[in-house]
Design a protein around this ligand. Structure first.
Ligand code: SF4
Length: 70
């Protein structure tokens, strides 16, 4: 995908997009806990490396791959 297309998709679809910067929020679960208990809480965290910095989707973004275009 072209870089400009990725930025456009991030701008329109990514919950972390904020005026070209990234909020830096990430979502994760404990898969071991899920397997043992058949449910699991969902955790949110802020990645300080990404928060309040320009969107890095052009260089690759795990959140984008896992939640925006999956
Ligand atoms: S860096 Fe990733 S998570 Fe952050 S705004 Fe860009 S696409 Fe979204």
């Amino acid at each position: 995908m072209k870089e400009t297309n990725l930025k456009k998709i991030a701008q329109n679809e990514c919950a972390n997009w904020s005026l070209g910067n990234c909020i830096g929020c990430d979502v994760y679960i404990d898969t071991g806990y899920l397997e043992r208990n058949n449910w699991t809480p969902v955790f949110l965290s802020i990645k300080s490396k990404k928060a309040d910095k320009p969107c890095t989707v052009d260089k690759g973004c795990e959140y984008f791959n896992n939640f925006v275009v999956k």
